[in-house]
Design a protein around this ligand. Sequence first.
Ligand code: SAM
Length: 245
Amino acid sequence: MTSSLIISKRLETIARYCPQGARVADIGSDHALLASYLLVRGIASFVIAGELNEGPYQAALRQIQTLALRDRASVRKGDGLSVLRPGEVDAVCIAGMGGQLIVSILTAGTDKLEGVQRLILQPNVGEELVRRWLLENGWQLVAESILEEDGIIYEILVAERGEPVKPYEGKERSRDELLRIGPFLWEEKSPILLKKWQQERDKWQRVLSQLQRSRKPEAAERTRQIEAELEWLDEVIACLHTDKP
Ligand code: SAM
């Protein structure tokens, strides 16, 4: 039964940000699970599943065939946005990759974003790089989500063409800080955001402990940098603890 297609909470959250009736490209689609879900649930009118590697590309083809979705789906093999023609889709999803790779895909394929109204991006790491790219390339962040699944914390960034600086204006934190934390996530202050920054603090605390045992000459300077980072993290964590009503 195609309507019972089950996907992860992460992909389901991404799907929720796809506009109803949109033509959607899922770049790096792996098994085309998101693309299939968007069709089966009647969210997208048409999907393009783009995949660089042969194994996942074949898996995506099989998935679309098995679910008999071929008339509303196109599975394409290629690098990033190169599989698209300008004006072909309304929304682009890029999920489950590092922020650096997402940024390089967006940069290499800027011309293919003509006509695209919404980007839905889920970097596994390097969210700050993605927010910065959006800010510098005319995309306004319009929503963010943070969720935890199987012990992993994920962030989803949604952007539309508009006023890129707007989400960062009039806030009590600087733009650089909000690029790290996420302006909407900071407003929301969810317990998962607190957990993310506590984990980040624990990581730097471990690095500091190792460094304090080091006799390398550069250790003193690095120690100072990490202590400054820990101080910032402590302050962020304290706000996340207390600001929630
Ligand atoms: N998007 C799916 C998700 O979030 O569950 C799959 C994520 S999977 C970890 C990353 C996929 O992106 C892999 O199937 C990989 O082959 C593909 N990929 C990596 N670089 C790519 C690129 N430059 N263009 C298209 N696909 C790419």
